[in-house]
Design a protein around this ligand. Structure first.
Ligand SMILES: C[S@@+](CC[C@H](N)C(=O)[O-])C[C@H]1O[C@@H](n2cnc3c(N)ncnc32)[C@H](O)[C@@H]1O
Length: 281
């Protein structure tokens, strides 16, 4: 088999004897053109992919394409029947030491060292798995619900901008690289999807600690319609600030009059620094 002669996704479903169970987050990608493009969003940045982690490998249609561009692939799959099918279907690649099938919940299994993750994710764990992967500081190419993808990549001042945009953008540049229609999957999900690429980089600001920054951002966005002044005052129980008033008093007046949706990540970072300077948290 050469690199352009990949396993047919419909034939894989037939061999595995599955149709996809939406209750188990199973929507298999069956559009060859999309499947072929997914790995290129990583290889156009780094042609040498090393060890690729795939979350939710299903019947292996994407795994097959990843094996063509990576030195090693670790494929995590929670469904025992699908994990058994992967071990049988890809026995030669496993024997050759090029593929590891990890059976279990991607949120709980011990992850290997990896140099990129390329995955058509189970949408039910989008947020939790993304924040398990982002701190590894490697490129990610991940399929999400389109609305989630757009919130992740949103800029300040837009309707989609929020906690997810700030916290994901803390680790990496985020791009929506391709919208994917429902018809590309079997069974089709209820909503459109989109592929996101994250490119790791240091943030352009300093924070006292990731935890202080994340807790403050989380707290303030629970009150996004309020002014920053009121949002900070009302959410000490979430942000961990003992004396929110002291932070408000020390902060710039114009920042306190804004709403969270217009506050840049750098401004949130400055506020987190200020909170530490005034002795809080
Ligand atoms: C959207 S499907 C993608 C399947 C395959 N990669 C494809 O593109 O056709 C998500 C897969 O993740 C698996 N899955 C669901 N929840 C999981 C979890 N918590 N950990 C690991 N795999 C999970 C499902 O069984 C399913 O095979």
């Amino acid at each position: 088999m050469d690199d352009t002669d990949f396993r047919d996704p419909d034939a894989l479903l037939a061999r595995a004897g599955v149709g996809g169970n939406p209750d188990r987050d199973q929507h298999f990608l069956v559009d060859d053109r999309v499947l072929d493009r997914v790995p290129t969003y990583a290889t156009e940045i780094d042609a040498d992919l090393g060890h690729v982690l795939e979350i939710g490998a299903g019947t292996g249609a994407l795994t097959d394409r990843l094996l063509a561009v990576a030195g090693h692939v670790t494929a995590v799959e929670r469904d025992p029947d699908l994990a058994a099918f992967l071990r049988e279907e890809f026995a030669a690649e496993i024997d050759a030491g090029r593929l590891t099938v990890l059976e279990g919940d991607a949120l709980a299994v011990e992850l290997p060292e990896f140099t990129a993750s390329i995955s058509n994710l189970p949408y039910g764990i989008s947020s939790e798995i993304t924040f398990r992967l982002l701190p590894h500081g490697v490129p990610l190419v991940l399929m999400f619900q389109r609305e989630f993808a757009e919130r992740m990549a949103a800029d300040p001042g837009t309707e989609e901008y929020g906690r997810l945009s700030v916290t994901a953008g803390h680790y990496a540049d985020i791009e929506v690289v391709e919208p994917v229609p429902e018809a590309a999957f079997r069974p089709p999900p209820a909503v459109e999807s989109a592929i996101v690429r994250t490119t790791p980089r240091e943030p352009a600001y300093e924070v006292p600690s990731d935890e202080v920054f994340m807790d403050l951002v989380k707290a303030i966005f629970t009150q996004r319609r309020k002014t920053m002044r009121n949002a900070i005052r009302n959410t000490g129980h979430i942000s961990g600030l003992d004396d929110p008033d002291a932070v408000v008093d020390a902060a710039a007046e114009d920042l306190m009059s804004k709403r969270a949706g217009d506050v840049t990540p750098a401004e949130f970072a400055k506020l987190a620094q200020l909170a530490v300077e005034v002795g809080d948290p």
